[in-house]
Structures are given as structure tokens and as C-alpha cells.
Design a protein around this ligand. Structure first.
Ligand SMILES: [Fe+2]
Length: 246
């Protein structure tokens, strides 16, 4: 009986409406340049799914990582142009822009110095760290970025193991003018229970500025679509998120 009533109550929860976000700002959709989409066909299937989910715009963010993905603005932007041409050719109406997801490593300072960071919105730049090792020297990077008029966004804060159990670093960074992005699929437990808990703590504390799909493949969007009735997704959508300003 308990099982049946749980099933019933789950079914009665309304699905969240992602169209209120208007834009996604974290994904890997340029074919063949990172661990995301592998072909133009796959990219188009993903973009069709975004449209179906209610998104009007997708700002895609290929990995830039000195050891693995040596993507330059030229590589990313020429890939973007190919995707745009294909969208036009098949008449699929969804806007796409590109920036990057910058891994915090030694080359990032150089890229910043050369003024070659790809940004989006009002000078936002998406930065990620190692999941297991705390980033040392990152405050210097953020200081230099802010001096240069850039607005750093911490990618999927909830996924960094060394922050599990506390959201104080997110709070401190936000007070210093940084922004926090959360992966929607963290809420369904896709990255594990600890990540899910950390995501819920961030939401409870109101420390989320952007929601991202971090989509690498169609499974990510299917999972998201199947979990639109999660209470914490409804809760995070009530925060003053900035996706719709992009
Ligand atoms: Fe990502």
C-alpha cells in the first residue's frame, strides 16, 4: 500500500517547465572536438531535443584543457559556424552560441593574458576544476579575471569532492562576485548520492546562479526529461536564476 501511494504521489507532482530558463549555458555540442557530440547528426538530434524541452538558446561550451582538449577560439567558432549552417539548412529554429568550459590549469593564465577567453552573456566565463584535487592559486586567477572585467562562473560546484558537505566556499565566492552553476542531472543522482546531496544543499542555501545541462550525449537530455518532477528542480527554478538573461 505504501509503495502504491508513493507511486501515486510521485505521479501527481507536476513537471517543471524548463522553458522559463530560455537558455542553457553548459554543454558539449560542437561535433568531434571534445568528449561530447561525435557527429553533426548527433548535434542536430541534441539540438532538436533542447527545443522540445523548451529551450530557445543553447550556449555550448567545449572543453579547453591543456592535456586533452587543445581547443582554440578558431576551432570552436568554426565548428559553431558549421552547426549554424546545418540548422539553417534543415530549418531547425533554435539559437546556438559557443564559448568554452575552461579547465583550471597553467595555460589558463596565459589564455587570459592574451585576452583569448571565449565568453558569453555579459562577459561570463565558465571555469571548471579537478573533481578530486582542490585548485591552488585559483584566487589569483579570479582576481585577474575580475580586473579584466570578466565574470567567472564555477561549473557544477556540487561535483567537487573536496567541497562535499559544505557550501561555504560557494557562498564566499559569490560574495566576491563569482557565479555558481549547477548541473540539472545532479538532482537525479546521475553523478552519485554525494553530488545530489551537495546540489540540494546549494539550492537550500540559495547559492545557485545558473542551471546547466552539461549535455555530452542524448542520454543526458533523456534523463533530464524523465526527472522533471523532482521537488528540488522545482525549488531551484524558484531562485533568481540568470539563464534567462543570456
Ligand atoms: Fe561540461
Amino acid at each position: 500500500m505504501g509503495f502504491l501511494s508513493n507511486l501515486f504521489s510521485k505521479k501527481t507532482l507536476p513537471n517543471a517547465d524548463l522553458s522559463v530558463l530560455k537558455a542553457d549555458m553548459h554543454s558539449h555540442l560542437i561535433p568531434g572536438i571534445d568528449d561530447g557530440s561525435k557527429s553533426m547528426d548527433e548535434t542536430i538530434a541534441l539540438l532538436s531535443k533542447y527545443k522540445q524541452l523548451g529551450y530557445k538558446k543553447v550556449i555550448t561550451t567545449p572543453h579547453v584543457m591543456s592535456d586533452y582538449y587543445k581547443n582554440t577560439p578558431e576551432i570552436i567558432l568554426s565548428g559553431l559556424e558549421e552547426v549554424r549552417s546545418e540548422l539553417k539548412r534543415i530549418n531547425l529554429d533554435i539559437e546556438i552560441e559557443a564559448a568554452a568550459e575552461y579547465y583550471f590549469d597553467e595555460t589558463l593564465f596565459q589564455t587570459l593574458k592574451e585576452n583569448k577567453l571565449l565568453t558569453f552573456g555579459g562577459n561570463y566565463a565558465l571555469i571548471e576544476f579537478s573533481f578530486t584535487t582542490p585548485p591552488s592559486g585559483v584566487e589569483t586567477l579570479f582576481y585577474e579575471m575580475r580586473i579584466g572585467g570578466l565574470k567567472p562562473i564555477i561549473a557544477h560546484f556540487e561535483r567537487y569532492q573536496y567541497f562535499f558537505g559544505s557550501v561555504e566556499q560557494a557562498r564566499a565566492w559569490r560574495e566576491n562576485g563569482l557565479f555558481i552553476q549547477l548541473n540539472i542531472n545532479s538532482l537525479s543522482g546521475h553523478y552519485g548520492l554525494a553530488v545530489k546531496k551537495q546540489a540540494e544543499m546549494l539550492i537550500d542555501a540559495g547559492l545557485v546562479d545558473f542551471l546547466g545541462t552539461d549535455c555530452h550525449r542524448i542520454d543526458h537530455l533523456n534523463l533530464l526529461q524523465n526527472n522533471l518532477n523532482l521537488p528540488y528542480l522545482q525549488k531551484v527554478l524558484e531562485l533568481p536564476l540568470l539563464n534567462s538573461t543570456l
